[in-house]
Ligand binder design. Structure first.
Ligand SMILES: [Zn+2]
Ligand SMILES: [Zn+2]
Length: 224
């Protein structure tokens, strides 16, 4: 038996959404993003190509591996994932999926991407972010940045959103907050106090599901 995935020929490259932490190189000459799950140790640039995180010499996304970039199909799914405690301050990235990809029910695994929009997570105090501050952790050669309001940022190493975009080559768009700006001019209104337990649980289940689907696909490919 030979497993063949259905081929897609989209007129335009697919779009996707994912969580990542913005990072700045030690010499402040490069920006990037560190993923929040597997692969987070290797930050990627605004336009970048996935490398096998196990050091295997194949192109991502290899069928018998789980390497490659990952994204979700919808902003809503990424927002749900961002409500999980550990990811609350991560950025939600809007990416263009380039090169080969494998489509799952909730997302894709793929070869190359361009980060088009970075929605910066809220300040630790809950206010919308206005600048980046040192998040207090990093990766080899990189320090992680977190969004902060001006009040909380005072006295800490600040990086403006404009500088972040400029260092990244100028084509990236940085948006404060995970949600769309409200068109009704109600910014500053009371935050919604509803508690909805569903989405966070669903997001966690989704990630487990992506992993499981991947495992099934890997086994199928192995039997082929
Ligand atoms: Zn691999
Ligand atoms: Zn604050």
């Amino acid at each position: 038996m030979r497993l063949r995935l259905p081929r897609e020929r989209p007129a335009e490259p697919p779009q996707g959404y994912k969580l990542a932490n913005p990072v700045l190189s030690e010499d402040c000459g490069r920006i990037g993003f560190a993923g929040v799950s597997i692969g987070g140790a290797q930050p990627y640039g605004v336009l970048d190509e996935a490398r096998c995180m196990y050091g295997r010499r194949h192109r991502c996304p290899a069928l018998r591996c789980d390497c490659g970039f990952y994204c979700l199909h919808t902003l809503a799914a990424a927002q749900a994932l961002a409500r999980v405690g550990a990811h609350r301050r991560a950025a939600i990235l809007e990416v263009t999926v380039l090169g080969a990809y494998i489509r799952f029910e909730r997302g894709m695994r793929y070869a190359r991407q361009r980060v088009r929009v970075a929605r910066i997570g809220p300040c630790g105090c809950g206010l919308p972010p206005e600048v980046f501050v040192d998040a207090g952790w990093g990766r080899t050669g990189w320090r992680a940045l977190a969004g902060a309001c001006k009040g909380c940022a005072a006295g800490r190493g600040e990086v403006s959103f404009e500088d972040f975009v400029r260092i990244g080559g100028g084509r990236l768009r940085v948006v404060p907050g995970h949600r769309e700006a409200r068109a009704d001019g109600a910014a500053g209104g009371r935050p919604a106090a509803r508690r909805v337990p569903g989405p966070a649980a669903e997001a966690t289940a989704m990630q487990a599901r992506l992993d499981r689907l991947q495992g099934q696909l890997g086994r199928l490919a192995g039997e082929a």
